[in-house]
Design a binder for this molecule. Structure first.
Ligand code: AMP
Ligand code: MG
Length: 370
């Protein structure tokens, strides 16, 4: 369908050139749209976050998130088009997150994308959110075409690869044998690591979202002050609910309070230094757990040539330092954005995936990547 574009052979695959995709993302609490060219080059990237709304509540309220998406969805899309200097006739396809995420949030993005696809007669691609996070690692904001540039080869992950997806809702290790070919290597059996950062931040009285707050507090803390156990999970799966409870018990013990003492009151008894030390000790343990599983995955998949990290927690500097060989997205692309949706859709198209029917596209709030 993209036969009118230039085509080039690169690393064993034919690529279409000059394909502009409008990516739309609303799976949780960010309303985002972006125009991406050839799956690698960001022409615009507009993200309106609802963090300020939910700071007050300490978490996302799904109903409020959906209403908020509705208010800003079209202005965000219009800005993405104008920032990219694109009119509708220059857009080749629309891509949207249809799974997984909050039901109301997913509905706003997909209904908007479906309507625009019909109205402007564009092919529509439905993308899995975790796939999009992984493809943030292929994006650059450089203006020159990555496919045409000489240094392109050194800058992108090489297949087969292992992808560590660490976000507020998911913690998984995936094996990718090629573009758009995923296999689950390990997954969390309970909480996601981002969720664990958020819950521990609540115990320590640090502001929402917990990840960045913990990371900041940890800078002033002693990471060796409190010993927190690593969960004993067989194979390559994760468990983070035990780590959250371990922090809770360690705080109660430090304060000489019984385990029946309510967790929401503990922050009132902690000194600033104790908060910093708990944040640092927790962050160190969480990063160690992730790194241990990556090391074990490398042993199981010795043919893996790259490791890529994706999702909101990939913004974490301690994790970046602990995995110096791994690929990480640009820090601005660690969180939810439309550019990664456009990138993932491009590689779906390259892999021969057909567009979806805009009249019947459904959403799937809880569905696995494979
Ligand atoms: P996502 O679900 O991909 O939108 O990512 C959101 C999650 O990433 C939340 O749980 C955040 O607390 C977490 N997060 C964001 N920035 C950081 C950071 N610097 N360190 C650790 N976690 C983070
Ligand atoms: Mg996400």
């Amino acid at each position: 369908m993209f036969c009118q574009w230039k085509v080039a052979f690169y690393r064993g695959m034919w690529y279409n050139f000059g394909v502009k995709i409008l990516g739309i993302e609303t799976s949780c609490d960010e309303t985002a749209a972006s125009v991406v060219e050839d799956g690698v080059r960001i022409l615009s990237n507009v993200v309106v976050s609802q963090i300020d709304i939910f700071k007050e509540y300490g978490g996302v309220i799904p109903e409020v998130a959906a209403r908020s998406h509705l208010e800003v969805m079209m202005p965000v899309i219009n800005k993405a088009l104008s920032d990219a200097d694109c009119s509708w006739d220059m857009i080749d396809a629309i891509a949207v997150t249809h799974a997984p995420g909050l039901l109301g949030s997913l509905l706003i993005g997909t209904l908007t994308a479906r309507t625009l696809a019909i109205l402007h007669n564009k092919p529509l691609y439905a993308v899995h959110h975790l796939k999009s996070h992984v493809y943030a690692n292929w994006l650059s904001s450089e203006k020159s075409s990555a496919l045409e540039s000489e240094d392109f080869s050194g800058n992108l992950p090489t297949f087969p690869l292992l992808a560590l997806v660490v976000s507020g809702g998911h913690t998984q290790i995936l094996y990718m044998s090629g573009h758009n070919r995923f296999e689950i290597v390990g997954t969390t059996v309970d909480d996601a690591v981002g969720e664990c950062f958020d819950k521990v931040a609540k115990i320590l009285g640090l502001p929402y979202p917990g990840g960045p707050s913990i990371a900041e507090a940890a800078l002033k803390g002693d990471a060796l002050k409190y010993h927190l156990p690593h969960p004993k999970v067989p194979n390559l799966d994760f468990s983070f609910s035990g780590l959250k409870t371990a922090v809770l018990r360690a705080v109660q013990k430090e304060l000489n309070l019984p385990i029946s003492h309510p967790s929401h009151d503990l922050k009132n008894h902690l000194s600033e230094q104790q908060i910093y030390d708990f944040a640092a000790s927790f962050q160190k343990t969480a990063v160690e757990i992730l790194c241990e599983k990556i090391e074990k995955s490398k042993e199981k998949y010795p043919d893996a040539r790259s490791v890529v990290v994706a999702g909101g927690v990939s913004a974490n500097k301690a994790l970046r330092t602990a995995l110096p060989e791994a690929f990480f997205p640009l820090p601005t692309l660690s969180g939810d954005n439309g550019a990664m949706v456009g990138a993932a859709a491009y590689y779906e198209i390259q892999s021969g995936v057909s567009p979806t029917d805009p009249y019947t596209l459904n959403i799937y709030p809880r569905i696995s990547i494979v």
